[in-house]
Ligand binder design. Structure first.
Ligand SMILES: CC(C)(COP(=O)(O)OP(=O)(O)OC[C@H]1O[C@@H](n2cnc3c(N)ncnc32)[C@H](O)[C@@H]1OP(=O)(O)O)[C@@H](O)C(=O)NCCC(=O)NCCS
Length: 113
């Protein structure tokens, strides 16, 4: 799955570059959408993000490309690799894991495929 995001003035830090917290939020969101589209009957919560390491700064007006690929399916969890590119250069990548839960927030096994 692919997604895009425009970096707006409200996404910048005091030095004029993208604030890392927004990028983490967008990564969580796009990976959650990939998991939820793939398992439409499941409710997912984020349980972990593997590595948080920002490779390059990003300026206002940049168009970020998010490339999301599934890398693992467990008993209750699914993991997606999210790569973020700006002008064809990778600025960030990490793996995000989600756990299927019920309405009370207790983990549930994934449906058999
Ligand atoms: C998600 C939650 C229900 C899991 O319950 P738990 O009893 O801790 O579950 P477990 O330790 O058995 O782990 C469940 C699965 O997640 C995986 N997992 C747990 N922690 C992980 C981590 N840090 N990174 C990657 N995977 C992880 C386990 O390997 C397991 O996978 P599997 O069932 O596919 O083999 C519980 O941790 C929780 O409620 N967390 C808060 C979730 C949340 O609110 N997220 C929003 C951000 S605040």
């Amino acid at each position: 799955m692919e997604n895009y995001r425009l970096v707006l003035p409200e996404n910048l830090n005091q030095f004029g570059f993208l604030f890392g917290g927004y990028l983490l939020k967008w990564i969580d969101e796009v990976a959650w959408m990939a998991a939820s589209l793939e398992h439409p009957d499941c409710l997912f919560v984020t349980v972990g993000m593997k590595e948080v390491s920002f490779h390059r700064s990003v300026r206002e007006g940049s168009i970020l490309q998010f490339v999301i690929d599934k890398v693992d399916t467990g008993t209750t969890s699914v993991t997606y690799l999210v790569r973020v590119n700006c002008k064809e250069e990778e600025v960030f990548s990490t793996e995000v894991t989600f756990v299927r839960v019920n309405e009370a927030g207790k983990k549930l096994s994934l449906p058999k495929s």
